[in-house]
Design a protein. Sequence first.
Length: 732
Amino acid sequence: MSKKKKSKNAVNYDNLTQDILSIFRANEDKTFNYKDITQRLEITDTNNRNRVIRTLAQQTAKGKLDQVSQGKYQLNGTSDYYEGVIDMTSRGDAYVMVEGLEHDILIRNKNLNKAFHKDIVQVYVFKERRNSNSEGEVTKIVERHKNKFVGVLQKQKSFGFVVVQDPKMYTDIFVAGDNFNGAEDGEMVLVSLEDWNKKDDSPRGKVLQVLGIPGEHQTEIHAILAQYGLPEQFPKEVEEFADQLDTSITQEEIKKRKDLRDVLTFTIDPADAKDFDDALSFQVLDNGNYEIGIHIADVSHYLEEGSILDQEAYNRATSIYLVDRVVPMLPEVLSNAACSLRPNEEKYTFSAVFELTKQAKVINQWFGRTVTYSDARFAYEEAQFILDTEDVVIDESVSLTGESYSVQPEIKDAILEMNRMAKIMRAQRMKNGAISFDKQEVKFNLNEDNSPEGVYFKTAKDANKLIEEFMLLANKKVAEFIGKQKPKKTFVYRCHDEPNPEKLQALSTVVSKFGYKTDFKDRKSIVSSLNKLLSDVEGKGEQNLIDTLTIRTMAKAYYSTENIGHYGLAFDHYSHFTSPIRRYPDVMVHRLLQHYLDGNSSANAEEFEERCKHSSNMESLATNAERDSIKYMQVKYMQQYENERFLGVISGVTDFGMFVELVENRCEGMVRVRDMKGDHFQFDQENYAIVGKRTKTSYQLGDEVWVEVKKADLIKRNLDFELIGGKDEVVE
């Protein structure tokens, strides 16, 4: 916590060098003597004046300043400056990642100069260290990554400090008494960073919102959203605007669309889904081919471009799926009603309709606005039941959705035939170089109080893959339809770059320790090796670890108007067309597609590229929030198991300890080196291991170990484990 403020003339000597250099950097063409510097720094005492003189001499000797004449100094014009992004470590130092530089620049804590994690900064590289171990200091904060933080208020009588939760935040935030905004001591709050005066040890802030008591469920969930600047409630004016929309199905509008209400149509979604933004239709043509339609809720019909509702949807850019709730992109009147393709209701849709042969080859396609009628709704489990019992006559199915209905023979036949075709399409994708990621999802059984009562794993089965293949088909064909037109037209693509060779090499090193061989010499061998690896580890103790490491090897997908294809899917053209209820890029795709179907010229590329970047950024924040909510729920679940033993797999190794993922429930915690008994353990970076100095006992990435749950800290969202021993060292 911050100390009392220093008197005016008591210069902080630790920052004196930086303060002096800052003056020179702000006035690169000017010269200064020590009197000029002391005057600007408001130094009047002899002791600090002499320090200024010594510092000027020291910085000249280091090459940062030039002595242009007797007693006159100027910034060394040959100094190297770069712009990059700060990446803080949990120890308080940081690295600046500069595009085009082979190595990151190390920034010691004393040289951060008020920069925070992910800030864009200007950095000076020390002249004598411009090599692979470059070290420097921040000279300017170009852009703050964020100015709102979540933490706990520690309140005094007339002031307080907010201790920020983020381990990468190295300072607390001072709050004056008139900025408490009703917050009490010990409450979790959202605080804004107002300013950070040069002579203050801590930045000054203002409490914006009281989130609640740390550790309470609602408080922690609100804190996760607030930490990433994500919304929860819709503004009142947005809700009112949405409620006034005309959501009726009119004959006038139907006449403008292709009427597909008489075509067999159904949805397949998770059992607990509330919005159904996609449906499939199926019919057999006279020539023996199939006409299959992928029908997507026509969100853009209701979302008038430029309206306050559209602006709110754009700002959110995505729905957020936390463990216990969904924070939707659109108000409920749209997401759960007007735009939800509910059974036995007519809906406005945007469709991609294909004529396919029995070998799943597309020979005709049509895109446009439609009106459809969903004949039935299936949960994935129900559709899977049909696939698993295809030879059984199904008269009636008691639905997991709470409904009871007869499964029409034509719907059963459609699902079976589409599943057969989906398998052909998937096999062709794999042959073309797609990578097969079927990672298990960790899910929680929650009671009425949103407390976790159990953990289970979801694995994609044929019913999931059926839907996936036809959604991929629509996304691919829509992107091809626009992407292949001449002249080039602005469009929104979902892009995925090739994996980084260094990450591939690191993965190869790790998996070799489990006995798996890889060959990453070219695209074909990379895909083949990765798919074989993912297949070989299935069902093994190290599966989740290697699945996770392989996914981390991949580049992150993003939205852009510049198409580079999708590496993971092996598609030259790919977009997102199928989920406009929960993704704003899909709304943009619908608008652009209709714009071009109407014969209009290319849209403004710069405008849509900016929207793509925003959507990618919001998607990243939402993903982080979703992961944090899972971590929070894991810790909450493990509180009941403190002091109990579990078998786990070492999932990560660092210089301060090792991460262990429990086999039984996939909850991950930390065994800290300082807590490991019986020897002095050290980090072996080359072998991804923690090794005892005396006994040479080694705990390596992927090893199975027994641990005891030492502490489940809900506020810090940390699980601390105590190492009991290796799998073979401990009797269960």
